[in-house]
Ligand binder design. Structure first.
Ligand SMILES: [Zn+2]
Length: 108
């Protein structure tokens, strides 16, 4: 059975929590620059990494409904692309899916 859009949005919350732990660990050991975060997309089975600089990651986390994914890993039904380059893109959840993202924000 295909996942609902709500389930897809909740899946991203799990990856965001994992990335917060990666970010915390990297900061703790004094690592700077690009970090291998987990792609925060909702595509079924995606376990790829996305290289994002620490400062960029912090900017994205400043918006509860935004996630970092590999380019092309957006799902148009639930999100829009707000930034894109060769390495990664930033997507923002729409409407009700944004609510799910807000509810799971580890930085609230
Ligand atoms: Zn992905």
């Amino acid at each position: 059975m295909a996942a609902t859009n709500e389930q897809l949005a909740q899946r991203q919350n799990l990856f965001r929590e994992a990335n917060e732990r990666i970010e915390h660990a990297a900061t703790t050991v004094g690592h700077v620059g690009f970090r291998p975060f987990i792609c925060e997309c909702s595509l079924d089975g995606c376990v790829e990494h996305v290289e994002v600089e620490a400062t960029t990651y912090h900017d994205v986390r400043g918006h509860a409904a935004r996630f970092v994914t590999l380019p092309g890993h957006e799902i148009a039904a639930i999100e829009v692309i707000v930034e894109r380059n060769e390495l990664f893109q930033v997507v923002e959840k729409m409407a009700v899916f944004g609510e799910i993202a807000f509810s799971g924000n580890p930085r609230q």
